[in-house]
Design a protein around this ligand. Structure first.
Ligand SMILES: [Zn+2]
Length: 158
């Protein structure tokens, strides 16, 4: 039997379909109200300007209904704000495999511009440059590799 947590964790991000909302860190918690038996899902939106959250909510409802929980409650929590640090190692590996350069972890006090460490997801070369602030979606920037001249999407670090 699929648990509510498993059902929700398998929902893929509507914009970056190779990763789940769990791997992206959007999914904060899946609880079951002991009194009513209602499933309560807590999510934190990623980038403002990404119109994906309505789709994600609908997909969560659909997944839970299929797992036998049609009356789930979805709570949206904005604090603490989502950060690219919440992307799991599995999520980062899947993004890289899909040609999307995962953002480097944002460490407080680290003043070195992290954009310098954007590596080409295809050949691994650090010789890359930003072509456009906006890639295929508002959440991604378009980059190009100077070594293999392939363009790639880079998830903006937050
Ligand atoms: Zn390259």
């Amino acid at each position: 039997m699929t648990t509510p947590r498993e059902a929700v964790a398998a929902v893929v991000d509507p914009e970056i379909r190779v990763v789940t909302i769990d791997e992206l860190g959007i999914l904060r918690a899946v609880d079951e109200d002991p009194a009513s038996g209602r499933v309560v899902v807590t999510i934190t939106p990623t980038y403002t300007g990404c119109p994906a959250m309505d789709v994600i909510r609908a997909d969560i409802r659909r997944a839970l209904a299929a797992a036998g929980h049609p009356d789930a409650e979805i709570r949206t929590v904005y604090r603490p704000a989502w950060s690219t640090d919440w992307i799991s190692d599995t999520g980062r590996a899947k993004l890289a495999a899909a040609g999307i350069a995962p953002p480097a972890p944002v460490r407080p006090g680290n003043a070195v511009p992290l954009t310098l460490s954007v590596r080409c997801p295809r050949c691994g070369s650090p010789e890359t440059e930003q072509v456009s602030r906006f890639g295929s979606t508002a959440c991604k920037a378009l980059w190009r590799c100077r070594s293999c001249s392939e363009p790639f999407d880079h998830l903006k670090a937050l």
